[in-house]
Design a protein around this ligand. Structure first.
Ligand code: M6R
Length: 612
């Protein structure tokens, strides 16, 4: 998704901004550009394609200005092209703007600019309207860019963050946030604005989070924040503790592989941080107690993509352990279906980035109806976290690969801990059960490591199956939730058409697609449902499908109906998703690698989806 970086200081802005943009590459983009203040003018360079295309464009050009803005664009309005790339400029070329998000009323503003001012447009973007409008408003504000930005935001509707510089305002960057992420990085004699912390982490650890409808005015020596009424706001920076190393590949060929291998470590982090000295669960960011819980009669878990799949597991374990009814919903659907939510509802938002617009909008919808909001988020200080009553940080560390892996398994751990915590509060589980599941969770890092140590088995399987056109994933109960995640992983990075279905549903239609050699990945890790699943495997095997089963060690009877079997270490039924998904992550990874796909940045996808 689009990324913004702005720098004002005394060093070469172009180099620093391009370095920052590279740190946002993982989010997905289709063009890149910069605008630099240079001797009373603005130099604007932009190019379709990767950042290296932009670098080629400016190679050999002397650009020495020390203030500028840059952008990576992920097309929403208008195709990826040099013209549609950001920055966009005012009619006189003396204001430049980079922008994330959407200006909903841009057509109306564009018409006004054409009819009232005779302004010509060169791109198909909504962003160009911001630049052109700022150019007009600057005349009315006697050259005050911050006043012009303030005036403009009164006229604009939508969800966006943007940053602007003007040729006549040396050293100044003005940025504004409305429902899209924006941060400022504080240095000595220099400052940054950016859409994401990783963009500036190489230069600063002091970060100021910009709140909704706030404007930030940065110069080398000052950082001023104004609230929606244009009042000055005082805010101390927070220290970011991730290191740059956390964001580098550390010897792995791809970030995705590195992140898969980090799972034992980050799961420990997520889990052990939540255990007190008596070995009981202590959820630091969650204030919800047994009194609050008496008031809760329903739980919604709402999320998108992989986070939604974590929610499917969450429904199963939270209902089982707390006996409170749980509904799971896709965020983009939730808010348009007039959900039954009131002050007796606990709304759980799950989001790695904490910036997914659909999840954020669903959260706001639930909040406006009185729900208590608990979020499970990876990025500290993200919008979802900030708008929640209670927050569970997953502590997975930065996840760079677009395909989510370690964030998912830490979300699962969050679901188990929340389920046990609620189960304990409602008195629905025994102490013996509580300790048993907790011990199972504690054994997960070592058991994941055992699977990782046998990666070559999965790689061999991938070598055999990588050229298939379609793959089916089936499972029952918790295994069906993992089937959805396995299928998403495969399709997003290998582009193989994959399909997941609850195995019991096969015979109601999908079995019509089974032919000799159709690949079916059958998850049969739940002892309680093993026989039922075995029958479903027989159904597809009878149609001569190529069945790859995933089962617990010791379940060797499954070999009779399977072409291949991958075993996971033995564990309680409740926690098998944490192990079986690692097999599927590795399978997707190896298939994509053998096919030579762009694993960390798959086509058409963005890491953080901040548009509807
Ligand atoms: O940042 P979020 O967890 O809210 O993102 C939700 C989805 O966009 C995300 O999980 C997406 O499905 C990933 N590409 C999955 O690998």
């Amino acid at each position: 998704m689009c990324g913004i970086v702005g720098y004002t200081g005394h060093e070469n802005a172009k180099d620093i901004i391009i370095d920052g943009l590279k740190r946002l590459e993982y989010r997905g983009y289709d063009s890149a550009g910069i605008a630099i203040q240079e001797k009373g003018k603005l130099i604007v360079r932009k190019k379709k394609g990767e950042i290296k295309e932009l670098e080629k464009l400016i190679d050999g050009e002397e650009i020495t200005g020390t203030t500028g803005i840059g952008h990576t664009r992920w097309a929403t309005h208008g195709e990826p092209s040099d013209l549609n790339a950001h920055p966009h400029v005012s009619a006189d070329g003396r204001v430049a703007v980079v922008h994330n998000g959407i200006v909903e009323n841009y057509m109306e503003l564009k018409r006004q600019l054409i009819e009232d001012y005779g302004i010509l447009f060169e791109s198909e973007t909504d962003t160009e309207v911001i630049a052109k409008m700022l150019g007009v408003l600057l005349e009315e504000t006697d050259g005050s860019l911050s006043d012009a930005v303030y005036e403009l935001t009164r006229k604009m509707r939508g969800t966006y963050a943007f940053a602007a510089i003007a040729a006549d305002n040396p050293g100044e960057i003005v940025a504004f946030r409305k429902d899209a992420p924006l941060i400022a990085g504080v240095g000595e004699g220099f400052n940054f604005i950016a859409s994401d912390i990783p963009a500036v982490l190489r230069y600063v650890n002091d970060i100021v989070l910009i709140e909704n409808e706030e404007m930030v005015v940065a110069t080398p020596d000052s950082l001023r924040i104004y609230d929606e009424n244009h009042n000055l706001v005082k805010r101390e920076p927070m220290k970011v503790t991730w290191s740059l190393e956390d964001e580098e590949k550390g010897g792995y060929e791809h970030f995705m592989l590195k992140e898969i291998h980090e799972q034992p470590k980050v799961l420990k982090e997520t889990l052990y941080r939540r255990l007190d000295e008596n070995g009981r669960i202590y959820l630091d960011g969650i204030k919800l107690d047994s009194e609050d819980l008496k008031n809760i009669d329903k739980i919604y878990i709402v999320a998108c993509g992989t986070a939604y799949h974590a929610g499917l597991v969450g429904k199963y374990v939270i209902e089982k352990m707390s006996r409170i009814p749980v509904e799971v919903d896709i965020a983009s659907e939730f808010r348009y279906r007039d959900p039954i939510v009131d002050e007796h509802t606990l709304f759980i938002a799950v989001s790695q980035s904490g910036e997914t617009l659909d999840t954020l909008a669903a959260l706001r919808e639930a909040k406006s109806k009185g729900a208590r909001i608990l979020s499970v988020v990876n990025v500290v200080g993200s919008s979802v976290a900030r708008e929640s009553d209670d927050v569970f940080y997953t502590w997975a560390g930065p996840e760079i690969a677009v395909a989510s892996t370690k964030a998912y398994t830490t979300q699962l751990v969050a679901m188990y801990l929340i389920a046990l915590y609620l189960g304990d509060l409602t008195g629905s589980i025994t102490e013996e059960y509580y300790q048993r599941i907790l011990n199972e969770l504690k054994s997960m890092p070592d058991k994941i490591q055992q699977i990782l140590d046998r990666s070559d088995e999965i790689e061999n399987l991938a070598e055999y199956l990588y050229n298939r056109d379609q793959v089916f994933f089936i499972g029952r109960g918790l295994d069906s939730a993992v089937a959805y995640e396995g299928s998403l992983k495969l399709k997003e990075i290998s582009y193989i058409n994959s399909f997941a279905i609850a195995a019991g549903e096969l015979k109601h239609g999908t079995i019509a697609l089974m032919e000799p050699e159709t690949v079916v990945i059958a998850l049969a890790t739940v002892d309680r449902l093993f026989e039922k699943m075995y029958s479903n495997i027989e159904e597809v095997k009878a149609r001569k499908a190529h069945v790859v089963s995933i089962a617990k060690e010791g379940r060797t009877e499954i070999e009779r109906q399977s072409t291949n079997v991958i075993y996971i270490p033995d564990c309680a039924d409740e926690v098998t998703p944490i192990l079986s998904v690692v097999v599927l992550q590795l399978f997707a990874y190896f298939v994509a690698k053998i096919k030579g796909e762009n694993i960390d940045k798959p086509r058409n996808l963005a890491k953080s989806v901040t548009v509807e």
